[in-house]
Design a protein around this ligand. Structure first.
Ligand code: ADP
Ligand code: MG
Length: 220
């Protein structure tokens, strides 16, 4: 399996009980997993552990056979080659679309090529010199996606990517996100408290409750 999460247990400092309780699941390459659960059920924490922003006290995470954390191993987040899209996009407001997108591309000789590829992918040709505050919410989200994908991450993690958008836009943006993820063939884990979003985008669905996996099934 491309992503393997096994028996993760994690507790925040000063918390009275474990936030993650033996979380296990796996995902094949190119698949999209939707993690669904109520607020506080541990969804964001699962992503944070995969990304290396938190360290579990037991269990392991592997991506493409690379062990990222276990009782003996801890790979720093910047070495994990993971893309993350947050709820608020965290774009750089003082940079243009172009600068935002190529921000994490290390190989300078590839910047122009990757920029073109990403603008095509997220359908933002002609917007490259705008500042992010000159964009709609949906366009900003596409810039955030392009910025994450430009670094060619091994896996993409998305935390509630729709929640700061207008309800009337959500269906359109959901469809756009689905198309972009499919076109990029990325393996992705996407978190939401909204079953409609999860049903629309995921190949597999994991239901999280109170820090535990209560169900995992193929979305048909
Ligand atoms: P979700 O994303 O499903 O809403 P989270 O993973 O953010 O849930 O949070 C799971 C639980 O961990 C909640 O009870 C939350 O209050 C707690 N929690 C989240 N972040 C921290 C933190 N930095 N310190 C202590 N507790 C936290
Ligand atoms: Mg959350």
């Amino acid at each position: 399996m491309y992503l393997e999460v096994k028996d993760l247990c994690f507790r925040y400092k000063n918390a009275k009980e474990d936030t993650l309780k033996n979380i296990s699941f796996s995902l094949s390459e190119g698949s999209i997993l939707g993690v669904l659960g109520d607020s506080g059920s541990g969804k964001s924490t699962i992503l944070r552990v995969i990304a290396g922003l938190e360290k579990p006290y037991s269990g392991y995470v592997k991506v493409n056979s690379n062990l990222f954390c276990s009782d003996k191993v801890f790979v720093q987040p910047e070495k994990r080659d993971i893309g993350m899209v947050f709820q608020d996009y965290a774009l750089f407001p003082h940079m243009t679309v172009k600068k935002n997108i190529v921000f994490g591309v290390k190989d300078k000789s590839k910047k122009e090529y990757i920029l073109k590829e990403m603008l095509d992918l997220v359908n933002l040709n002609g917007f490259e010199n705008r500042y992010t505050y000159e964009l709609s919410g949906g366009q900003q989200q596409r810039v955030a996606l392009a910025r994450s994908l430009a670094r060619k991450p091994s896996i993409l993690l998305l935390d509630e990517p729709f929640s700061s958008l207008d309800a009337s836009l959500q269906e359109k943006i959901r469809n756009e996100l689905n198309e972009i993820l499919r076109a990029s063939k990325i393996t992705a884990v996407f978190v939401s408290h909204n079953i409609v979003d999860v049903k629309a985008i995921s190949d597999y669905i994991l239901i999280c409750r109170d820090g535990m996996v209560v169900d995992f099934y193929k979305n048909i």
